[in-house]
Design a binder for this molecule. Structure first.
Ligand SMILES: *[C@@H]1O[C@H](CO)[C@@H](O)[C@H](O)[C@H]1NC(C)=O
Ligand SMILES: *[C@@H]1O[C@H](CO)[C@@H](O)[C@H](O)[C@H]1NC(C)=O
Ligand SMILES: *[C@@H]1O[C@H](CO)[C@@H](O)[C@H](O)[C@H]1NC(C)=O
Ligand SMILES: *[C@@H]1O[C@H](CO)[C@@H](O)[C@H](O)[C@H]1NC(C)=O
Ligand SMILES: *[C@@H]1O[C@H](CO)[C@@H](O)[C@H](O)[C@H]1NC(C)=O
Ligand SMILES: *[C@@H]1O[C@H](CO)[C@@H](O)[C@H](O)[C@H]1NC(C)=O
Ligand SMILES: *[C@@H]1O[C@H](CO)[C@@H](O)[C@H](O)[C@H]1NC(C)=O
Length: 625
């Protein structure tokens, strides 16, 4: 009985404070001033749960139906919520809670200053009661629609008055749930540690004692085989700070990764996720397919998409519809539309902007499922994944909301030696990628610097002519508003430009700044080539690209005009690279709103151009003859 469990919450809710500390850039970053229209505050953190009081009204009601969701096997479904409130006001709002029993009895105070009882958990999303009916404040009646995804637990809906900043709990709904809350869901692919290995990561409610997780897979149309999966999870005490450690905490279930090995190059495989229960029965996901990666150096059409800072939004309008990452759904939809022309995706940091509200990770993996279940979805670590004071991050901000990297490292597989140090290399045919981790030290002498050099040096440029460097923060060049006029993170270029030059990196990609900018092939602030649309000949500079307009509210540009900046656009978009062969690469910047190309260039290259000696980038010669 719904109301019974609330009788235990007789007093005032004094809830842990959710600090609105989710500033886009914590201190310790190069101070960047932003011209943007969004306010950059995680919507769930606007709810001042610490002030919530208990004000159940006997004549108020919230009713949700249907009671069982996903009866046809779906992992998302629509729910209708009917509200009746005798004393309505404009700022009444409806919170979606999951698990439904958000009562006092299950939470521990995080320090002595807090008083009982608490609501232990933030809602997973919310809407204003007037969302579908402006007359609500007169009639006190409203019917709202929510689209829920399967997140392993049941749901309830709570009506609060007093707005987000002064919440009073007025009524709580009946409980609803998915037919199988534990179902395996939201697979994401990633390249394994070798080119012929694909990894599949997904979430379920089954721990290893209840069921054995595996992937059934094989070449399309041929006999299928089974590969086991490893299982990971993380706990509240793995989080570093609030809100992840307090009200933002939500049990992530179990995260499984299976390693599909010995793949044939560029072949279509089908797969589905399975769990074998102790009683011998099986639970299956739907069926998916992917194309395996090309052999390193293979000459074939290869298409790569790169963007940063996409985040998520709720398609049902919850959380003030797309207010936090306004471009996120457009970017997602544009990639889905062109998916048959995309081979691999790099989302280079600031993945979900969950900022310590763990529920948001399921919602993100659900949003990108179509993409991530079809092509490898490679991620880099950003400030919103990693940064937490006193946790070993290079920057000391609170930008991860206390997640301190744990959630990203577990929810997504990356082929790093140590997933807590988020740097790795990966091969894709004629491309060699070196993914750096800007939230850990990259300076000369650091462990990461050694990795970057080794990664760049390990590209055999005759086979892999296209050498790409990636980091979340701008370690290269950006014309955003850098207070210290550095045009990038302090110590970024100083530390790394020697390596980019020596190893003749073609393109370096960065996110973090929410816009698009492209430079000439540049070295030490000087353009090394003339022209904007075509480059050929020796590689004596690296093209730097900021592609942080994946979805989060946009950044502007500073007033300084530089010779190296060739194209600037403060809009949502992403980059697509097309390698036609070893000597021809096409670069395109597309807007998320229409998918059209707004900036592009080509590179033509012969192998000898990479071998040629360039300024500051020559191996000492032996002078032997
Ligand atoms: C609830 O409605 C009943 C019947 O209309 C009424 O008698 C009662 O006073 C109402 N309760 C409150 C708290 O308004
Ligand atoms: C609904 O409520 C919100 C929050 O109080 C308010 O900003 C908005 O203007 C209201 N919408 C309508 C249509 O009344
Ligand atoms: C709340 O529900 C979860 C599972 O859904 C359960 O583990 C927990 O014990 C419940 N807590 C209370 C207080 O009923
Ligand atoms: C991080 O949050 C803590 C606790 O709220 C606060 O004391 C500290 O100043 C914040 N640090 C930064 C860099 O904003
Ligand atoms: C860079 O290469 C171009 C030819 O591709 C050449 O004209 C130019 O002089 C080179 N610049 C330097 C500094 O080596
Ligand atoms: C490489 O691809 C480009 C673009 O399709 C084409 O013009 C060129 O002839 C190709 N070169 C080789 C060596 O195949
Ligand atoms: C999303 O795309 C639509 C359709 O092109 C466009 O009208 C809208 O402005 C875009 N939204 C944002 C935030 O760019």
């Amino acid at each position: 009985m719904r109301s019974l469990s609330f009788l235990s919450m007789e007093y005032i809710f004094l809830l842990m404070s959710i600090l609105s500390q989710c500033l886009k850039f914590g201190s310790g970053t190069a101070a960047v001033v932003h011209a943007g229209n969004g306010d950059g505050v995680q919507p769930l953190s606007k709810i001042a749960i610490h002030k919530a009081v208990y004000a159940l009204h006997e004549n108020a009601s919230v009713k949700a139906h249907p009671l069982v969701l996903g009866t046809k096997g779906g992992d998302s479904d629509w729910v209708t919520v009917e509200i009746e409130c005798p004393k309505p006001s404009e700022d009444d709002w409806i919170a979606v809670f999951s698990p439904e029993n958000f009562s006092s009895s299950i939470c521990q105070p995080s320090d002595d200053m807090e008083q009982f009882p608490h609501i232990c958990s933030a809602p997973i999303k919310y809407k204003y009661a007037n969302d579908s009916d402006a007359d609500y404040k007169k009639t006190g009646k409203s019917s709202l629609k929510f689209q829920l995804i399967n997140q392993r637990e049941d749901f309830s809906f709570a009506l609060f008055s007093g707005g987000l900043s002064d919440p009073k709990l007025v009524a709580v709904s009946n409980v609803i749930s998915f037919a199988n809350p534990k179902a395996p869901l939201y697979p994401r692919l990633s390249q394994g540690k070798s080119w012929n290995e694909m990894t599949v990561t997904w979430a379920s409610g089954y721990n290893v004692i209840e069921a054995v997780p595996f992937v059934e897979w094989g070449m399309k149309g041929e006999s299928q085989t089974r590969s086991p999966a490893g299982t990971l999870t993380f706990h509240q005490n793995d989080m570093c700070a609030p809100p992840a450690r307090t009200v933002g905490w939500r049990d992530p279930g179990f995260i499984h990764t299976s390693f599909l090995k010995d793949l044939w190059p560029s072949s279509v495989y089908t797969y589905k996720l399975g769990h074998k229960l102790v009683d011998g029965s099986f639970v299956w996901s739907k069926s998916y397919s992917f194309k395996s990666s090309p052999y390193p150096g293979q000459d074939s059409l290869q298409r790569v998409v790169i963007f940063g800072d996409m985040g998520k939004a709720e398609r049902d309008g919850s959380n003030e519809y797309s207010n936090y990452q306004p471009g996120s759904l457009n970017t997602t939809d544009q990639l889905i539309k062109d998916l048959k022309n995309i081979d691999i995706v790099f989302h280079i940091g600031d993945i979900t902007y969950a900022n310590g509200y763990i529920s948001q990770w399921d919602q993100f993996t659900s949003q990108v499922e179509r993409i991530a279940s079809t092509v490898p979805y490679m991620i880099a670590s950003g400030n919103h994944e990693r940064d937490a004071p006193n946790s070993g991050s290079f920057y000391d901000g609170n930008d991860s909301g206390g997640e301190c990297g744990v959630v990203a490292e577990t929810m997504f597989y990356v082929p790093a030696e140590n997933r807590a140090k988020f740097w790795y290399s990966t091969d894709y045919g004629m491309f060699h990628f070196c993914i750096a981790d800007s939230e850990h030290d990259w300076r000369e002498g650091s462990e990461q610097y050694k990795f970057i050099e080794k990664c760049l040096a390990s590209a055999d440029r005759r086979k892999q002519p296209w050498l790409i460097f990636v980091a979340h923060r701008v370690l290269g060049y950006s014309s955003s508003y850098w207070k210290d006029a550095s045009f990038g993170e302090p110590m970024g270029r100083e530390s790394l430009q020697g390596l980019w030059q020596k190893y003749k990196v073609d393109i370096a990609f960065f996110g973090h700044i929410h816009n698009y900018e492209r430079t000439c092939p540049v070295y030490q602030g000087q353009c090394m080539h003339v022209g904007k649309s075509h480059y050929s000949g020796i590689v004596n500079g690296t093209i730097h690209v900021v592609v942080g307009g994946g979805g989060s509210h946009l950044s502007g540009f500073g007033p300084t005009q530089t010779s190296w900046s060739l194209y600037k656009d403060s809009d949502f978009g992403f980059v697509k690279l097309t390698a036609y062969n070893h000597s021809s690469l096409l670069f395109e910047y597309k807007k998320s709103s229409d998918g059209n190309v707004y900036d592009s260039f080509t590179i033509s290259r012969d192998y000898r151009d990479v071998l040629a000696c360039v300024h500051d980038g020559c191996e000492p010669t032996t002078l032997g003859s």
